[in-house]
Design a binder for this molecule. Sequence first.
Ligand code: SF4
Length: 359
Amino acid sequence: MDSLGIYIHIPYCAKKCPYCDFFSESYNKKSVMHYTESVVRNLKYYSRERIVDTVYFGGGTPSLIPAECIGKIIDSVRENFILSENPEITLEVNPNTVNADKLADLYSMGVNRLSVGVQSLVTSELKTLGRTHSAEKAVETVINAEKIGFKNISCDMIIGVPNQTIESIEYTIENLCKLPVTHISSYILKIEKNTPFDNPDFISHMPDDDTVSDMYLFMVNELEKRNFMQYEVSNFAKYGFQSNHNNKYWKCHDYLGIGTSAHSCFEGKRFSVPPDIKSFNENAFQKTVITDENPCGFQEYAMLRLRLKEGIDVSKHPEIISKTPELLKAGYINFDGKKISLTPKGYLMSNSVIEYLVF
Ligand code: SF4
């Protein structure tokens, strides 16, 4: 059996960002303590003789909650599973929620990879995005983390922001890459339904599709020039620093999600937990809703796998070879006779390209 990844959802944020539709509520210490106990209770419930080699704290804002809570959860993973010798333990960080002491506490509790929500190093873009941290605070967070001993630091950035330019993206990339960063996730800003950005005035300031395509291709090129190689639609890593945890999602490996709105692909089923803190805290074990009784069939496997630069091996699925000539001609895929993968231009059209290939 493959080793297992564990995802822990921490559903608290200091302030809701206007573009985000992830489930979270405002921070409340009493609720956090109760929530931590519920996570620990659930880890016990799922207890297995299985090797866990990745743990990922996502949210919400996991860095908002006390480091002791994170420590308790890691201890519980160790008690209820076989934590591998060098597990990858990632925690998402909002720069405004940590100082050097808190980072040191997290490090001493076993967190060894940070995913820092930088988003941009341009003040006006951070303001547009409704982020409360400054560019200086983001830089300081990364520098402090490295001093404390973190050797694996990922940063998030966002492109496609109103009034963003190629030059401002270059500025963010250039300055991020000067920092001790090993991994960058770069997302295109999307208007999610029923978020504050979902209004005609904001939408009228969004860059058009051609501009966003130019930004994306520019970003891929600039990151690769600086040795951050693209390995997935939105993810770039220095050699040896791909996210082991996220790779499990794209490779159909097992992961167990604990907490409100967490998703799992676990022992032959996909399931999710309803976004409801009260219910999560009050029930002995998390309620789950099965979303797929038989996951990871060829279509799903191919759809996920084609997000990755390594692509799919066509030897077991020769039927899709007949669809390659047109996509090759359009510059959307690479095909060496054995493997098909998407080019950066193909990633921009990934939904349609993958659908054409797989269905
Ligand atoms: S983007 Fe992150 S910090 Fe902002 S509301 Fe969403 S989960 Fe919270």
